[in-house]
Design a protein around this ligand. Structure first.
Ligand code: DHB
Ligand code: MG
Length: 220
């Protein structure tokens, strides 16, 4: 079947800018090899995340949902030697695969992958002397509001709080959905609409991944 024009454009841009380098390609392959969910962001989305990290001059990054480390590498590469990215992954196998990929990317000195329940780990995470500049949630959609509230307390004005997969192919529209992920992202978007401590833009995304979207919240 012919790919959608959205996917074709993704491939075109990816080639044009050489975004899928061997480390990232190997990372994607490792996800397939270990039969992990193929839920990584695309290269085009990775480049966008990296752009956001650079725009807020991120030195401290927290990620929820490492998977094979694909977005972790995109974000980790924006950090200088004193930067720190903590990524939390519930699946120990995925965490192990991600550690190997992060190591191959030469980022083990600044990227720390912790395996376990993210809310529990965050609740025991000691406050850094520096605020979190960028918080990226990409797992456990029913808890998005809880992650947001944690991130907000550790942020500074100008920090970014990002949430992947808030559109879900348009399922976001279904107010009577029984799907916990849909209910989670709906509650999250409704909360953001009322949240006065951050201003939010919800970006619909198309490409090689299913039609979805990213919530981008700028802490005031
Ligand atoms: C799902 C999770 C993701 O992070 C993603 O990018 C796509 C789908 C999911 O759990 O359905
Ligand atoms: Mg995702």
């Amino acid at each position: 079947m012919k790919e959608s024009v959205y996917a074709e454009v993704d491939h075109y841009l990816c080639d044009l800018f050489s975004w899928n380098d061997p480390i990232l390609a190997k990372t994607e392959q490792s996800i397939r090899d270990h039969k992990l969910p193929e839920h990584s962001i695309s290269a085009v989305q990775g480049q966008f995340l990296a752009l956001l990290a650079n725009m807020c001059k991120a030195k401290r990054i927290v990620e929820i949902g490492t998977l094979g480390g694909y977005s972790t590498i995109w974000l980790g590469r924006t950090l200088g030697p004193n930067g720190k990215l903590t990524s939390i992954e519930i699946d120990p196998l995925a965490a192990e695969v991600a550690r190997a990929n992060v190591s191959a990317a030469g980022l083990s000195d600044r990227v720390h992958i912790i395996s376990g329940n993210a809310l529990e780990i965050l609740s025991t995470m000691e406050e850094d002397s520096e605020p979190i500049d960028l918080f990226f949630m990409d797992a456990d959609k029913p808890n998005y509001i809880n992650y947001f509230n944690w991130a907000l307390k550790r942020s500074r004005p100008g920090s970014l709080i990002l949430a992947d997969n808030v559109i879900r192919g348009g399922k976001l529209l279904d107010a009577s959905s029984k799907d916990e992920k849909v209910k989670g992202v709906r509650a999250y978007c409704e909360m953001l609409a009322q949240e006065e401590r951050a201003s939010t833009s919800i970006l619909q995304q198309v490409g090689i991944k299913a039609y979805d979207g990213l919530a981008i919240s700028l802490v005031k």
